[in-house]
Design a protein around this ligand. Structure first.
Ligand code: GLN
Length: 503
């Protein structure tokens, strides 16, 4: 490194993935310096409750290896770029808990495919991020794990207003990116958990088409819906990360798509002149708050000025996506979580009389309230006598919701609307009312049920000066088109580069 050009340490955390990767490549900053800078920020922002686990030795070992490759000129696309993983992804060198007491202290013998792919692309892991227990939730109030610096579980705070939730379940991923504790993070989205926290924290996030990213090593919630994706400040950064995360994994995830790895950055700069943006009328009804609507409308006008054409479309079963999702997701969860029985791994009750008692006590102690609620709902809808009335019926409507999208895509290239009906609410405001939380998922659930790619792009500030995201939904495999539409918008606006006061 040239001693005359000191590394711009002070501003390092304001750089995005793309800029940081370039600086690292030019060797203006080393991977070790970058990692140390972000680790120090994580320590000084413990009040956010975002991080569950750090392992400085492992982080710095990865950074040193990245520096060696950078010095040898063999660095990969993300060489030396720090990032952090939602604690749903298993990692060998950090504990993996899914925010659950059931997995307190659990160490995985392997890395999730997404984790190892990002590592292969040169990224350096800073640590593990808090999340709602088993990714069930919309507020990050459902974690049973203590964030670093705390001795009890603590809801994650929204950096824009510490008395508000960051969204969920990837709420800490969004909070950490928005507070510049990491340039990027992984998230998972089963019913909106990348898009909604991205919207609530003013960052960019994308959930790719179901099956794009391998689910191997992603602690399962609802297997037919779970999908990994990147959360960063810009669409350009998300494109870089997504290119590294995706790819077929046929030996380990039978639902991963057999598509070759794709460069999602290649169409970022394409013109969007003539792009047909479908506006689902059901997304703009009574439930949508006026402040969110105003931001979304302004963004749509901006798209028009970029040459896009707005087309009214209909997604007539939007409302049904709530009951359908809250039958299917708990059904799959009840089955997936049966593996936590105190035998194979994780928590086991200390005192019990026989095997049945051990199962009961282990599960009663290990799972939180929301998880238990879903296991009960899921078991009920799958039980003999109710299966046809609930689960089968939900599956049929799920198919119709997917068909509605195909109908809509005959008239438009992408779909745009709000991510959530309101801005981030106050911590505790909905914590006693699970249904109020479920209802707030209305705009993200349809794309999840259909397996379509969706993203959130910052488009302004609504009530209480809280961030608002625009949701863009594409047809299957159209991630590059979504990222292109988001990038063109971000070239013209600066909502994505605003930062919370005091950060
Ligand atoms: N809020 C939704 C739920 O609670 C979605 C969660 C997610 O996408 N992981 O299930």
């Amino acid at each position: 490194m040239d001693p005359k050009t000191p590394a711009p340490q002070a501003e390092l955390h304001d750089l995005g993935v793309t800029e940081l990767a370039a600086l690292l490549r030019e060797r203006k900053v080393s991977a070790v310096e970058a990692a140390q800078h972000f680790l120090a920020r994580i320590q000084s922002h413990q009040n956010l409750g975002a991080f569950l686990a750090l392992n400085e030795d492992a982080t710095l070992a990865q950074a040193r290896a990245a520096d060696a490759r950078l010095a040898a000129g063999t660095g990969a696309a993300l060489e030396g770029v720090p990032l952090a993983h939602k604690d749903i992804f298993v990692t060998r060198d950090w504990p993996s808990t899914a925010g659950s007491k059931m997995l307190s202290g659990y160490r995985s013998p392997f890395d999730a495919t997404v984790v190892s792919k990002l590592k292969d692309a040169g990224a350096v892991n800073l640590g593990k991020l808090n999340c709602d227990e088993f990714a069930m939730g919309s507020s990050n109030e459902n974690s049973a794990q203590n964030p670093i610096g705390y001795t009890t579980p603590e809801p994650v705070k929204n950096p824009w207003d510490l008395s508000r939730i960051p969204g969920g379940s990837s709420g800490a991923s969004a909070a950490a990116v928005s507070a510049r504790l990491t340039p990027a993070a992984t998230g998972t989205d089963t019913g909106g958990s990348i898009r909604q926290p991205a919207s609530f924290c003013g960052i960019t996030g994308i959930k790719p088409t179901y099956g794009r990213a391998s689910r191997y090593g992603m602690i399962a919630f609802a297997s037919s819906l779970d999908q990994a994706g990147p959360m960063a400040r810009t669409a350009q950064d998300c494109a870089l990360l997504l290119s590294a995360m995706c790819g077929a994994d046929p030996d380990r995830d039978s639902t991963s798509l057999e598509l070759p790895a794709e460069d999602f950055s290649r169409r970022l700069n394409d013109s969007i002149e003539g792009l047909r943006i479908g506006i689902p009328k059901e997304f703009f009804g009574e439930g949508l708050s006026a402040d969110v609507r105003a931001c979304v409308d302004a963004a749509l006008r901006q798209y028009e000025s970029l040459g896009a054409k707005l087309v009214e479309i209909s997604l007539p079963r939007t409302e049904l996506s709530i009951p359908v999702y809250y039958v299917i997701a708990p059904a799959e969860a009840s089955s997936n979580l049966s593996r936590f029985d105190g035998v194979k791994f994780g928590h086991r009750a200390a005192h019990y009389t026989d095997l049945g008692d051990m199962y009961q006590k282990t599960r009663a102690e290990g799972f939180g309230e929301e998880v238990k609620r879903r296991i009960m709902i899921g078991t009920y809808v799958l039980s003999h006598g109710y299966y046809d009335a609930y689960y089968l019926q939900a599956q049929k409507i799920r198919r119709m919701i997917a068909d509605d999208f195909q109908q809509a895509f005959q008239h438009c290239d992408i779909i745009a609307g709000p991510v959530a009906p309101t801005v981030a609410w106050k911590i505790g405001e909905k914590s006693d009312d699970p249904v109020a939380n479920y209802l707030a998922d209305i705009f993200t659930l349809p794309a999840s049920l259909a397996g379509l790619p969706g993203m959130s792009v910052p488009v302004g500030f609504g009530a209480n000066a809280m961030p608002v995201g625009l949701q863009l939904i594409g047809n299957y495999y159209s991630e590059s088109r979504l990222l292109n539409a988001a990038h063109r918008f971000q070239l013209e606006t600066d909502w994505h580069s605003r930062k919370p006061a005091g950060i």
